[in-house]
Ligand binder design. Structure first.
Ligand SMILES: *Cc1c(COP(=O)(O)O)cnc(C)c1O
Length: 362
């Protein structure tokens, strides 16, 4: 069966979202015949030699790409999405009668705060909610006695991204769901990183958790097994049946990143894509960016038409150009171009060309 790739769309969906074409091809082969075993990856035991090797490689490659190999970190592929990590972070790190400090930079940050409040004192140390989260709050202080500080590196809905992270002695927890593996950072500054796979790493169904082992087991709580990071580490991310296919496809994406030259090489491509699109938003008199310029995300580019009367014309034009997934989140309106790792710059050029064509048309 041949797939007709001329039908393939330029997919700007915010999540689940674009993955490399090579990954889709390899994943589809594994569904039919995994490793020439005569079996589908969907019908083998997660304890089989072939799948255990997938899990091991995925865990070690995640650490390798983040520069965390041999630095006391563990990588886990869990279930329940980033939304479950919202509660696992306080359950594992907040002491009884302890407290945690949160940066409220968007809807997902607020959702994390809501869960933490179930476990203890949860202080929002800064918020950009009043400005509909169009910027990253700055100039805050992290209380020295907090059990941890929590932030969201990239605000998927609003198109803002943290460029700097605070220097603090308090453990740093970061939701990197929508920009994991997109840029070079000193990841050893973080004590707990989590990311739902479906934005920039794989299909929905698994959450990457990267954790500095020494911060665990210190808060004195009895944690239900499935929510206990230490138990998952001990079981090598196989405490129960893992989401085998989601882990496998994530591994294929991690291998693709490594082949491309790793996170630093990917960052260069991401910088070029974001520069191309923001330059057109700033140049074209019909459009304006939605986020504060200094906080603009290189993953989710949010923008608006200056004159809403052009909406129907623009929408028809980008659809005609085989673009998909461009409408913005309802809380921002306008458009959101999610230009994750797998988005080719050629696809970004197609969108820029449509924006230029609108300018000549209206
Ligand atoms: C999508 C998203 C989430 C929610 O992820 P789920 O896997 O659906 O729970 C959390 N945080 C950020 C930054 C996101 O983009």
């Amino acid at each position: 069966m041949e797939l007709n790739y001329t039908m393939k769309k330029h997919n700007y969906s915010a999540g689940p979202s674009i993955l490399p074409q090579e990954v889709f091809e390899k994943a589809s082969k594994a569904i039919l015949n995994f490793n020439d075993s005569g079996l589908s990856i969907l019908e083998i035991s997660h304890r089989s030699k072939d799948f255990v090797a997938v899990m091991e490689e995925a865990r070690s490659l995640a650490l390798e790409l983040l520069g965390l190999q041999g630095k006391g970190y563990q990588a886990l592929f869990l279930q329940g999405g980033a939304s479950t990590a919202f509660l696992m972070a306080p359950y594992n790190l907040m002491k009884e009668n302890g407290k945690a400090a949160y940066l409220d930079s968007g809807t997902w940050a607020a959702a994390a705060i809501k869960e933490a409040k179930l476990f203890g004192e949860t202080i929002t140390i800064a918020s950009s909610k009043e400005e509909n989260y169009n910027n990253i709050p700055k100039g805050y202080e992290i209380p020295a006695d907090a059990d941890y500080f929590h932030c969201t590196s990239n605000n998927t809905i609003f198109g803002t991204q943290m460029k700097d992270f605070p220097v603090t002695n308090v453990p740093v927890v970061c939701d990197m769901s929508s920009d994991i593996f997109s840029r070079n950072l000193d990841y050893s500054k973080f004590d707990l990183i989590y990311a739902g796979a479906q934005k920039n790493m794989g299909p929905a169904g698994t959450t990457l958790v990267v954790i500095k082992e020494e911060i665990l087991g210190k808060n004195g709580r009895t944690i239900p097994s499935m929510l206990d990071y230490a138990k998952h580490i001990k079981a090598e991310s196989m405490y129960n049946t893992p989401p085998v296919f989601a882990v496998y496809v994530s591994l294929l994406t991690l291998q693709w990143i490594k082949e491309k030259g790793g996170v630093a090489a990917i960052e260069k491509l991401n910088d070029a894509k974001a520069a191309l699109l923001y330059a057109e938003i700033d140049r074209n008199p019909l459009f304006k960016g939605a986020a504060a310029v200094e906080d603009r995300s290189k993953m989710n580019v949010t923008f608006l038409l200056n004159n809403p009367d052009h909406t129907a014309t623009f929408d028809a034009m980008w659809k005609e150009a085989n673009i998909s997934g461009l409408p913005g989140h309802r809380s921002v309106g306008g458009y959101r171009a999610s230009i994750y790792n797998a988005m080719p710059i050629e696809s970004v050029q197609v969108l820029v060309d449509v924006m230029k064509a609108l300018e000549s048309k209206v």
